[in-house]
Write a protein that binds this ligand. Structure first.
Ligand code: SAH
Length: 247
């Protein structure tokens, strides 16, 4: 995968990515010479050969993250945000995640948490996740070929995140992995999955059910006095269900 060296943003918010500082950057507004890309500091203002102004920045984690390889349906940032804020994931948190898919959720959580272990059953996805971990330069994430419905090796985990076809089958494993007070979060796109998962949690004496939410994000177009929601955006992604392990 191509690295991102710099991000260039027009005054109206359009982004361009420079993959190499050894080449000129060509945009729809003309080009910027490689020497200028190399010499400019973060936040500097550059001009293309046709006088279009662009600010230059080092890429943020989210800029790089948006370029990861994705094969499975990845969880959107709005939902990752809700998982972090609802469970209070921070630099001392230990996370177990499954299934890894493209590793989007586990990689983002690793950028915030102390460490993340992610379980995946498919070899092709494991390879994608390994590439994404390397691309993002993360050192605190481990991927294991394991079936979370059957077993877990981790203990004393603060938060388990599930993005699985049948998350209720993982409840027993999650119970063994989580410390008392730890959070279990399940992300599912469809209503029957939520229903079966919440029913199973309610019948399980190791957990207390907290809540199920759907997060809406609507991006707006802001052009002079044309201020309105964008016609296109993310439609439905998934529901998030939160539970806590009791002692
Ligand atoms: N959250 C991920 C996407 C997960 S897609 C992301 O953001 O990228 C669901 C994944 O779960 C698939 O890759 C599938 O192979 C894996 N999976 C399904 N059943 C599993 C199981 N029992 N144990 C571990 N992984 C499983």
């Amino acid at each position: 995968m191509d690295k991102i060296e710099k991000v260039l943003i027009t005054k109206s918010g359009k982004k361009f990515f420079a993959k190499s500082l050894k080449e000129d950057l060509h945009t729809q507004y003309g080009f910027i010479k490689k020497q200028e890309l190399q010499d400019s500091k973060d936040g500097g203002l550059l001009k293309t050969n046709t006088d279009k102004e662009l600010f230059i920045f080092s890429p943020s984690f989210s800029d790089i993250y948006r370029k990861i390889k994705r094969d499975a349906q990845i969880i959107p940032l709005k939902d990752i945000g809700a998982i972090i804020t609802e469970t209070g994931i921070n630099k001392s948190s230990r996370i177990l995640d499954s299934g890894s898919g493209s590793g989007a959720l586990s990689c983002f959580l690793a950028s915030v948490a102390k460490e993340v272990v992610t379980y995946e059953i498919r070899d092709d996805f494991i390879e994608i996740v390994k590439k994404n971990i390397e691309f993002l330069g993360l050192k605190n994430i481990e991927i294991k070929k394991m079936n979370i419905y059957e077993e877990v090796e981790e203990k004393n985990i603060d938060v388990v995140t599930l993005d699985l076809p049948e998350p209720w089958k993982a409840i027993e494993s999650c119970s063994k992995a989580l410390k008392p007070g730890g959070f279990l979060v399940s992300y599912s796109p469809s209503v029957p999955q939520v229903s079966d998962f919440v029913n199973a949690i309610r019948q399980n004496e190791n957990f207390v059910y907290l809540r199920t939410v759907e997060i809406f994000e609507r991006e707006w177009e802001v052009e002079e006095r044309k201020v309105r929601p964008k016609s296109q955006g993310i439609g439905h992604s998934g529901f998030l269900t939160f539970a806590r392990k009791v002692s």
